[in-house]
Design a protein around this ligand. Structure first.
Ligand code: ADP
Length: 192
C-alpha cells in the first residue's frame, strides 16, 4: 500500500494537491476537515461538536478525531492506499495512526510537507473565504489562530515521521503543476 500523510499549514494546498495525487496513484483521499464539514452540513452530533472547535480555529479533540478517522479507513477494505489530508495534526494522532495501521499490517509510507510562508497563507485563505462558504476562512483573526495552532500543536508531528526517515519538505509556492511535479518526484523516488 502507498499511504501518504500530506502535511502543512492551513492554506498550504493540501486539498488541491490531494485531488491530483488521487488521480495519479488511485488512492483514497481522507480529509478530516472535509469529513467534519460533511457532518456539520448533515447536522450530526459529531458535526455539532466539531463546529464548536472549528469556528474558533481550534483543533477538535484527539479522541473524537482519531475514532472518526479510523472508522473512515475501515470503510475502504480494498484501497490501494490512502492520502491522509489534515490528519494527523498532533503527535498523539500520529501515534494512534501508526498503532492502527500496524493492526491492519500496513504503515505510513511517507509524509509530504508543503511549506508556505505565513503572509502567503493568510492571503490564500482570505481569497478562498470569498467563495468557499467556510466561516473559518473569512475572519483574519481566526485564520491567524489556525496558523498559531499549527505552529504550536501540529508542526511537532513532523518530528514523529522525521524520526522514522519518512519526512520530506516540499516548497509549496509555485503553480499547482510545479508543486505536483515536486510531490510526484518524491513519491517516485520513495517507491523505487
Ligand atoms: P485547513 O487545513 O485549511 O485548516 P481543514 O479542512 O484541514 O482546513 O481543517 C479545518 C478545521 O477542522 C481545523 O481548523 C480543525 O478545527 C478541524 N480539524 C481538521 N482536521 C483535524 C484534526 N486532525 N484534528 C483536530 N481537528 C481537525
Amino acid at each position: 500500500m502507498l499511504n501518504i500523510v500530506l502535511f502543512g499549514p492551513p492554506g498550504a494546498g493540501k486539498g488541491t494537491q490531494s485531488a491530483n495525487l488521487v488521480n495519479k496513484y488511485q488512492l483514497v483521499h481522507l480529509s478530516t476537515g472535509d469529513i467534519f464539514r460533511f457532518n456539520i452540513k448533515n447536522e450530526t452530533a459529531l458535526g455539532q461538536l466539531a463546529k464548536s472547535y472549528m469556528d474558533k480555529g481550534n483543533l477538535v479533540p484527539d479522541e473524537v478525531t482519531i475514532n472518526m478517522l479510523e472508522a473512515e479507513v475501515e470503510k475502504y477494505t480494498d484501497a490501494k492506499g490512502f492520502i491522509f489530508d489534515g490528519f494527523p495534526r498532533t503527535t498523539a494522532q500520529a501515534q494512534a495512526l501508526d498503532a492502527f495501521l500496524e493492526k491492519k499490517e500496513t504503515v505510513i509510507s511517507l509524509m509530504l510537507a508543503l511549506e508556505v510562508g505565513e503572509d502567503e497563507l493568510v492571503k490564500r485563505l482570505l481569497i478562498r473565504g470569498q467563495d468557499s462558504g467556510r466561516a473559518d476562512d473569512t475572519d483574519e483573526s481566526i485564520i491567524r489562530n489556525r496558523i498559531n495552532v499549527y505552529n504550536e500543536q501540529t508542526a511537532v508531528a513532523a518530528e514523529f515521521y522525521n524520526a522514522q526517515g519518512k519526512y520530506h519538505a516540499i516548497n509549496g509556492v509555485g503553480t499547482v503543476e510545479e508543486i505536483f511535479g515536486r510531490l510526484s518526484s518524491i513519491i517516485g523516488e520513495a517507491s523505487q
